[in-house]
Design a protein around this ligand. Structure first.
Ligand code: NDP
Length: 343
């Protein structure tokens, strides 16, 4: 084992799109775990759109990362040394140890992963936070009925790919929206969505009308922006909209956006169509974790649920990979392989 650890800290708060100089790679000593702590070696690191929010100050559901603080993030890691009776050297755990090769962390925040059940990287993907987001948001808020139409954007990504496939498992029609022909082909041909449309198509609104001849009953909101503009007129009375993410706006500059006030039109649509829009954060549904793992593992085993990983190599690749994620450069769940996976 190298005697040096590495970490990536937030060097500056981005204005608009993050750039490489907003991050800094540092060499540091491998930390020593204290009482009830373990030393972790990071194997897989998850990159997720929410990290853009942590880079900015301002009111949110979570505290921002401090300047010079280690970038936050979910990881799959190996226990190197343990001062806890709950974990032994060699255990593989799910942690939130951030963008670093090693971390000394409290044992109480860790969950053991069984490498026999599934590849360990799935613990931050289809069997982890993004999969849980899709499962709970769709089933608890979207509540698709058989033969209803479910629309989801970022459809080849970690959350969206699971949303559409779960909708199909529940007997609904799934229409995906994704960036480009390759992603759309994958969503339709490999994931089994009924249709997939390119959000860059200037005729998106007309194509969406064609793809949803009976209107939209559930719109799983992952992106906002132009996709939402195309979807709103197509929502059926009593449609449900789990508001999960608004990635099209994450890099928006702060301050008032010039333009007409569209809130009255939205409120009118909510009233006359009796829409149910509900924002959620995945941890709101923590009590459903057992049901999620049971159902999703079974669907994976049965081949009803497919997933795709998009891996970059080495901790140093994380800033560019993250900038790419916000632009749609990832094709599947964005992961960084920080250390060797021997599981
Ligand atoms: P993805 O793996 O889907 O990656 C992000 C994708 O967003 C990109 O690949 C890109 O796909 C798409 N995208 C980026 N900009 C735009 C745009 N302007 N218009 C349309 N699509 C765009 O990420 P996740 O699956 O991890 O996350 C999806 C959404 O879910 C995000 O908004 C995220 O914040 C949210 N989320 C919310 C959670 C919650 O608890 N509420 C938890 C987890 C995720 P493409 O090339 O197809 O455009």
């Amino acid at each position: 084992m190298s005697q040096q650890a590495q970490r990536i800290v937030l060097a500056a708060r981005p204005i608009g799109e993050p750039k490489a100089s907003d991050f800094r790679l540092e060499d540091v000593a491998i930390p020593t775990p204290g009482p009830d702590q373990v030393l972790l070696r990071t194997i897989w690191m998850s990159l997720d759109p929410y990290m853009r929010g942590r880079m900015s100050e301002g009111p949110s559901y979570a505290e921002p990362v401090a300047i010079n603080g280690v970038m936050e993030g979910g990881t799959v890691a190996e226990v190197v040394t343990s001062n806890s009776d709950r974990f032994a050297k060699g255990d593989i755990v799910l942690a939130h140890s951030g963008w670093q090769t090693h971390a000394a962390v409290d044992a109480k925040g860790l969950r053991k992963i069984d490498p026999q059940l599934a590849p360990i990287s799935t613990a931050v993907g289809v069997l982890g936070m993004p999969g849980m987001t899709a499962y709970t948001g769709l089933l608890e808020i979207g509540k698709p009925h058989p033969d209803e139409t479910v629309v989801v954007a970022a459809a080849s990504g970690a959350v969206g790919s699971a949303v559409g496939q779960i909708a199909r498992i529940k007997g609904a029609r799934a229409v995906g929206i994704a960036g480009g022909a390759d992603k759309c082909r994958y969503v339709k041909d490999e994931l089994g969505f009924d249709e997939c449309l390119d959000h860059r198509d200037p005729d998106l609104a007309a194509k969406l009308k064609e793809a949803c001849p009976k209107g939209i009953d559930v719109y799983f909101e992952n992106v906002g922006g132009k996709v939402w503009d195309a979807v709103l007129p197509r929502l059926n009375p009593f449609a449900r909209v789990p508001v999960c993410g608004l990635i099209a706006d994450y890099n928006a500059l702060t301050g008032d956006v010039p333009g007409p006030n569209r809130a009255p039109a939205l409120m009118r649509a909510i009233l006359v169509k009796r829409l149910n829009l509900r924002g959620f954060i995945v941890r709101d549904f923590a009590s459903l974790h057992g049901a999620f793992l049971r159902d999703m593992s079974e669907w994976l085993r049965e081949g009803k649920l497919k997933h795709r990983e998009f891996v970059t190599e080495g901790l140093a690749s994380a800033p560019d990979a993250f900038i790419g994620l916000l632009r749609g450069a990832n094709f599947g769940k964005q992961l960084v392989r920080v250390g060797a996976d021997r599981a």
